[in-house]
Structure formats: C-alpha cells, structure tokens
Design a protein around this ligand. Sequence first.
Ligand code: AMP
Length: 425
Amino acid sequence: MIKPVRGTRDLLPPDTDLWNRVEAKVRAIFARYNFHEIRTPIFEDTSLFSRSVGEETDIVSKEMFTWEDKARGQSEKAQSLSLRPEGTAGIVRAYIEHRLGDAGTLQKLYLIGPMFRRERPQKGRYRQFYQIDAEIIGPPTAGSESPARDAEVLEMLATLLDEVGLRDWKLQLNSVGCAVDRARYNKALREALQPVVHQMCADCQRRAETNPLRVLDCKVPEDQPIIDRLPKISQYLDEPCREHFAAVRAMLDEVGIPYSINERMVRGLDYYTRTTFEFTHGGLGAQSAVLGGGRYDGLSELLEGPKAPAIGFAIGEDRLILALQSQGEQARENLQAFVAPLGSGMNRHALKLARELRRAGISADLGDENFRLKKSFELAEKAGAKYIVIIGENEVAADQFAVKDLASGEQVQIPRANLAAHLRK
Ligand code: AMP
C-alpha cells in the first residue's frame, strides 16, 4: 500500500469545513482592509529563495525541496528549481516583474496556499503546510515606510484572530533595525561570541562566523544561557529606527492592542528590517507560533527591483486550525435537512423537492426510495441533519410534507410553499 510522504497529510471532512470557514472569514476581513489576492507559482528559481530568505538560514541551507530541472530542447536551459518555502519572495518577485510599483500607490496583497520545508515532522510542523500571507508594499512616496503601516497590519491581525474566534493569543514585538544597525549588531555579536562559541553547538559555531544574528534562533537548550547574555539589538538601533519602533508601539497602545517586547525574536529569515513580530497561542505546545512577520524594506532592491519598503506576515494555517480545535471549536457546518423519499417512485419527487430547497439556500441531503424509514432516520442523524423531511405518496398528493425536528422529536406537516422558511428557522 502506498503511504503519504513523510510530513504530508490529507485534510479530511469535517476538518476541512473548519478550514473553509476560517478562509472565508479571512478573505472577508482582507476585503475590509482593502487587500487583494495574488497567486504565485508554488515553484520558483532556487536563487529567488537563497537570495531573499538567506543562504545561512535553516530554511535555505537545510529545508528546501530543490531539484535540477533538465533542459528540453535548444530553447531551454537547465535550471535549479525549488518548491516555495514561504510566500514573500515570490510576491516581491511578482511585484518587480509586473512593475506594480509604477501605479505609485501601495499594493496590499494576500496569498493563501501550500509551502514546503523539509523539517522534522511533529505536531504543528509539516513538510507541506499552508500559509495565509499578506503584504503591504510600494514606493516610499506612497508611504510604504511609515510606522502607520506596521500598526495597520498588527491591528488587522488582532482583529482577524479575534474574529476567527482565537482566544488568548499573545503578540511579541521586536525591532531588528536597518542594514547599518544590523552590521554593527552582528559585529558586536561576533565579538561577544568569540570567547564562548567553542562551548556552543556546531550550528552556532558556524553561524558565529557567517551570520551571527542566526545564533539567536538556536533551540539547543545548553546554548540558551549563553545566548541570553549576548548584547541586545535595542542597544544598536539608530535614531530613525528607534523612533519608527516607538511610533508603532504608540499606535498599538492607542488602539489598546497588548504586546510584549522580545529582543531575541529575530525570525528565521534574513530579509527582515525594523519591526518583527509573532503571535503565539498556548494550545499549540512546543510549536506555539501561530503567525510571524515583519518589515522588509530592502528586499525588492536585493532582488534588483525598485526601492519598495514593505511589511507582511504569514499565518500558519495548520496551526491556527489546531489552536482553534484546542479551544473546542466545532468543525462541521450543520446540515439543515435530510429529504427521505418513502416508497417506490418517490426518488424523482424527492429530487425535485431537494432541488427547490437547495436553490432556496437550504443545505439538504437526499436519501433513497429503497430505504426503510428507520434507515432514513439513521442516515439523517449520522449526517447531523436538523430536520428530516419525509416525502411519500400522501405527501406528494397533498403537496405538504412531514417535517420532524430530530433534536426535539416534534413532527409537523408543512405545505411546500412554507417549507424552506420553516427549515431555515
Ligand atoms: P515563517 O514563514 O517561518 O515566518 O513562519 C510563519 C508561520 O508559518 C509560523 O508562525 C508557523 O505558524 C507556520 N509554519 C512555519 N513552518 C511550518 C511548518 N513546517 N509546519 C506548519 N506550520 C509552519
């Protein structure tokens, strides 16, 4: 028997009902904030990710699904391709490709789809997982650099999590500064690491040389006390970065969104500048981050595009669903009616009635004239229907139907014209 590939999984009903409910809510919220959908390919040129996410990140150095795509014929050349490990790089590539900045306005884009990382699978961590991404990107003249955008994004996320029904989320905030600050901070880290790095894990020893900031991502327990004593990024922010971060915080305070500052949160991608953030939830165990994001003011230029400061985030949809389920969120949408034909020749009448109900917006399932009434009742209950509608010869003749409320057991006769209204109650 062929098994699903390690780290992948099938999403089945009734869970998919919850996925769809969340996605429908999220799309409606995005529309209210004037975000519009973008769909990018799920595979791209490998160098898009190595240049943007960063060679030294775990994502690029260990986790990408990469293959050599052979040339077919004269007109193609061999190319290294990768399944997308995240959404932002592809969106910025599309922004550059289609000259979206030429409009002179902010682009507010969102993307929902699968991402791929060869991580060690565990609860809340998969090799194919789903992200809900959103980005605000545009030329500086459109205000893309403003702390107002950071605050708008964070306020939208707080509203989004509240409206999908997630309780007790926590927001952690940090500023990783601009490129100049980062260079100074990296230098300070390198110096501070020099006398202690030999006590640390092999990854940290390498990172201390190549990209010291990534040491802060280390999860090895023995390394944590050393990392806690390293210099803090806040000491290396220049005045404009400090002011930017203070402005973001002041706006969050104004609208009453609670947060805490976590100076170690640098996020596992190299393109971040200034604000970074994560929302966590207690119901997720070790993988507690529901979503993460931040500002990436230099990414477009890094990819040879125009200056286009930006801020964005990715919600881990798998984890959002797990967190909702940990709160007892119920998945299945209730079926309103089960239409049960009773006796031979009744299937066509039942189909006609079900058609009328479904067209009137009632969710209805349909039995079969060969089923005994007892079996129809069992099926209706299994389907979780609120009502069973019985349709036999007498009902067809009278043009009214026996409707039983499966919870209360109450049964009434309802004329065809009133049926949809009755079931909708
Ligand atoms: P990142 O793109 O690494 O900033 O991650 C953003 C969010 O995606 C995280 O907060 C998680 O909720 C989710 N995520 C990242 N990696 C995985 C994974 N392997 N499986 C499931 N969710 C993930």
